[in-house]
Ligand binder design. Sequence first.
Ligand SMILES: *Cc1c(COP(=O)(O)O)cnc(C)c1O
Length: 390
Amino acid sequence: MFKCICEMKLKNPGLNTICTHVGEVPDEQFKGAISPIYLSSSYQFMDVDVKRYPRYFNTPNQEYLVKKIAALESTEAAMIFASGMAAISHMFLAFLKAGDHIVVQNTLYGGTSNFIREEFPKLNIEFTFTNGYTVEDFEAAIQPNTKLIHIETPSNPLLTITDIEAIAKLGKQKNIVTSIDNTFASPVNQNPAEFGIDLIMHSATKYFGGHSDICAGAVAGSVAHMELIWNVSKNYGGSLSDFTVWMLERSMKTMGLRVKAQTKNANKMAKWLTKQPFVKHVYYPGLKTHPEHKLAKKQMKGFGAMLSFELEDAFDSDQFMKQLQLIKASISLAGVESTVLSPTQTSHALLTPEQRAEVGISDGLIRFSLGIEEIKDLKADIKQAISAIK
Ligand SMILES: *Cc1c(COP(=O)(O)O)cnc(C)c1O
């Protein structure tokens, strides 16, 4: 069921060819240009190779879309879920049982961090948040019962960079499965399988969807690992509806174009922000001043379309966000429209002030998701917002 090798006749198709064509459901009947959508929740079970049911993650639209994701991440197989959190939780629960231990990066998406802190104690799964994000920090946290190491790079919201290859090596050496949250980079900017990471997870709500109208998640990896996840997922049941799968396939056709344009904007914006007198600090791996710039250059194809910054103390970040007209202050990220948010008030609101301080998230921090607008218009919007609050 999980054989997802690209079926194209073309050898080694490039990024945009994969985005556009891999994983299309062939329209045998009418020869339409796009995938037909199969909404059926009931399929014949006799005389068929595959017994299909939406919760088994194997309806036609589901089965085809995962080929696109596997091709983009250069893995054998992939699965899609009803949200990024469903992808994360099903993946974790496939590799962890009572008595096991997971090592997780301390700078982590707030939802993942909450899931671990709130759910794992109920399940008697042990966890350690690392003290930092160097390979030594991860190694120091390993115990005899460690079954999974989970990293996030670039991380949310401070864009720290973890050495993917070093973590993959550590996992292999210690016989521990490794996973990465690759949401911020997207497969356009980073392919962790090239460095030996076992499981690659995405919130497809973000760059896969790209238009702020889809909630979905994905995990990519080997057939053997996907089968383990499937065994758990069919019980928990967080599968994605076929209509959303179809929307997602359509959205992913332009992912290469979108993310490259967004990444270009982020590079320009980061450089421009560092020169503005109203900005105290900019966090972006593409800046030469970023502590892990060299590492980012080694393991990323592009530096991504997310950045964070702090305004000088004289400027109130809430007032600033309220004055923005083109750039919307909204939850979530990665849409074609630029957005900003305060991690303290949104993504990391459930952490205590102490927990936030520990990972370096100040109340004034602004996370910036670059869209595809003209960069001059984005700069103009920021300038007028600063003038308005002066
Ligand atoms: C949004 C996000 C998630 C969670 O995804 P949902 O689709 O909202 O469930 C996980 N990790 C990162 C880095 C995210 O940005």
